[in-house]
Structure formats: C-alpha cells, structure tokens
Design a binder for this molecule. Structure first.
Ligand code: NAD
Ligand code: LMR
Length: 342
C-alpha cells in the first residue's frame, strides 16, 4: 500500500528540520546484507530518515543482530530489528515497501565487477526469491555487483514467480551520479548542490557513460576535460578498490548514494511529484537493450517514466556505440543464469 506523507518544517532545539507526518505509520524498509561495509553505514543513514517507521536489517552474519541493537539506541522515529539466516528472511521482508540489497562480495585490486558474478548471482537470486515470496509489491533496489547482470537476474526470478513488475526493480547507479557531480563541481568551481550530471548505460567500466554535455547548469568542457572526466568517472570504483588495497570497495560513498536513492524512491511512493534519479531498469528506451540506465521519474508504484537519452555529442555517441555490446553480453549472462538453469 502506498502511504501519503506531508512535509512540514519544525524547529527542534533551535534547529530547523524537515519531518514527514504520515497518515499511517510510514514506510518499512529492509536492508539485505546489512552487516557489511555498505549495509552498516546505509542502515545508519536510513535510521535518520523520518519517512521510515520500521527498519529490518538482514544478513547471514550473526553480528547483524548486534548492529540492529546498536542502531536501535539512536533516538529517531523508526524501530530497528535484526534478522539472521534464511529462516528469518521472511519476517524481515514481510510488509516491506522498499528492499535495498547490498549483499555480496566486493572487488579486490585486479578484479572486474563481472568477476563477482560467480558468488553474487546466486545471492541476488535467492534474496529476490524471498521478495517474491514475502513482499512481491515492494520496490527492490539492487546494489550487489555486477549490477549489469544482477538486475536482470532479479527480474527473471520475479518473472518465474509470475510477480514481475518492471516499475519495481532498480539497479542503483546513484554513486556514478554522486561522483560525477562531485568531480565536475570541483573542476569547475561550481556549488556542488547545484550540479547534476546524468549518467547512462550500466554500472561497470565503459558501460558507465556520463553525459557531460547535459550537465546542469550548462557547463562547457574542453576536449581534454571531457576525456579525463569520462575516464575518471568510469574508473572511480577502481580508484577506491586500489586505494583500499585489498580491503574492499566503496562503502561510505555508496551508502551515501543508496540513502539518497532510497529517499527518492520513498518520496515517489509517498506521492511527491517531480522526483527524478538515474537508475538501471528494464526498459525499451534503447533498441536491443532490455536494461539501461537513464533518468527515471519515481512515483507511487516505483519507476513511473523512463526518460530518453536526449541530445548527445559525437564523442558521447562513440562511447554509446562501444558500450552496447558489452552491456548486452552482461545482461544476457544474467538472464541465462536463471532462464537456462537446470
Ligand atoms: P561486504 O563484504 O562488506 O558486505 C557484504 C555483506 O553481505 C556481508 O555482511 C555478508 O555477510 C552479506 N551477505 C553475503 N551473502 C549474503 C546473503 N545470502 N544474504 C544476506 N547477506 C549476505 O561488502 P560491501 O563492501 O558492503 O559490498 C557489497 C556489494 O555491493 C558488493 O557486491 C559490491 O561490489 C557492491 N557495490 C556496489 C556499488 C554500486 O554502485 N552499485 C558500489 C559499491 C559496492
Ligand atoms: C563502485 O563503483 O564503487 C562499485 O561498483 C564497487 C566496485 O567494485 O567498484
């Protein structure tokens, strides 16, 4: 059921804060993989979100119960409960409006995101089966890599269960937008709060395509700036993996990005209009590409509209032509993991 939330301002201990008054109890959100590097930070940020009344933290690691107790001491509106292991997955998912999935192994230096497929594909398959069984109407936001393949996997699982609704399954590419906005505003001396760079395609290597020509506010870049920024945005995940030197991949910036995406989804579900974020979804916006990231309008049922790519430069078109076969192969790999399973 969708919930109607009205925004109002309140002054509390001298500070002006925004709160959401709900007609009922607010949203239930589950984080699957909540004990991990992304999961813990994301859960903290969600605990601070006044639109959420119930947080369910799920993991296969027993520490998730302690993480939930720890967070439950924060004096914010939501309740927090921890759930561990498959036998508790149903209880975690029951009644969820939004399920965010950062479960799975991260990269080490020298690995591609596709190298994670052998472990993470099965994890996302099994967790999505849980969604199909216990909260088929929830919006599902998938962080687990390789996103280009795990989102098709989740969609196939929902199809096999007769529960597929393409408006409800999203791949989280928000970190690409967060990075682009940050890198561009720093380079150009702009206020980072004003900058918006759409990033389309997928979420791995050259499938990540920032549309610098569509930067808001309108900004001009030299050829070298365009080339350097494009390559840096495509490799930003690897930049973090190498800096962490075997200790994992982006967790804090990812949690920040997922909290932003989660809030956008909830604002859409609550009936707010004009909520837009780029996301990797099932669409027919690009011929022969059954999944593609582009700007999406978020509404009461999830993804309400998928925007076309719009006008792009010859440079961006070259990248688009190059990324399509790679992205298509990663999509097909995900689909056949479920469709061709014995
Ligand atoms: P992590 O190892 O710190 O945490 C992963 C957590 O998942 C662990 O707590 C683990 O116990 C849990 N887990 C494993 N199998 C599970 C299962 N079946 N059910 C529930 N929980 C399970 O890893 P991390 O740094 O948090 O990264 C998680 C994933 O997110 C990785 O695949 C990584 O590549 C991906 N990631 C994606 C983006 C993106 O932009 N989409 C950004 C950063 C990381
Ligand atoms: C990222 O972009 O930081 C994530 O996809 C994690 C990774 O492996 O790079």
């Amino acid at each position: 059921a969708t919930k109607t939330l009205t925004r109002r301002s309140q002054t509390r201990r001298g500070a002006s804060v925004v709160v959401y008054a709900s007609q009922d109890d607010g949203f239930k959100v589950a984080v699957l993989g909540a004990a991990g590097g992304i999961g813990q930070s994301l859960s903290l940020l969600l605990k601070m979100n006044p639109m959420i009344s119930e947080l369910a933290l799920y993991d296969v690691g027993q520490i998730v119960k302690g993480v939930a107790v720890d967070l439950s001491h924060c004096n914010t509106a939501s309740t927090v409960n921890g759930f561990c292991g498959n036998e508790e997955l149903g209880e975690a998912l029951k009644g969820c409006d939004l399920v965010i999935i950062p479960a799975g192994v991260p990269r080490k230096p020298g690995m591609t995101r596709d190298d994670l497929f052998s472990i993470n594909a099965g994890i996302v398959r099994d967790l999505t089966q849980g969604v199909a069984d216990h909260c088929p109407n929830a919006v599902v936001a998938i962080i687990s890599n390789p996103v280009n393949s795990t989102v098709p996997i989740a969609c196939e699982v929902m199809k096999q269960n007769g529960k597929f609704d393409k408006r409800k399954i999203l791949g989280v590419t928000t970190l690409d937008i967060v990075r682009s906005d940050e890198f561009v505003s720093t380079l150009k001396g702009l206020d980072v709060n004003d900058v918006d760079v759409p990033v389309i395609g997928g979420h791995a290597g050259i499938t990540i395509l920032p549309l610098l020509s569509q930067t808001f506010p309108q900004t001009s870049f030299s050829e070298k700036e365009t080339e350097d920024l494009t390559i840096r945005i495509q490799n930003a995940g690897t930049e973090v993996v190498e800096a962490k030197a075997g200790g994992g991949s982006a967790t804090l910036s990812m949690a920040y990005a997922a909290a932003r995406m989660g809030e956008a989804i909830l604002r859409g579900l609550s009936g707010e209009s004009d909520v837009y974020e780029c996301s990797y979804v099932s669409s027919d916006i690009v011929p022969d590409m059954p999944f593609f990231a582009t700007k999406c309008k978020l509404g009461k049922e999830g993804v309400e509209e998928v925007s076309p790519i719009g006008d792009i430069t010859a440079y961006e078109q070259e990248w688009l032509d190059k990324l399509k076969p790679e992205l298509k192969a990663q999509i097909d790999k995900g689909i056949s993991f479920i469709a061709d399973a014995p």
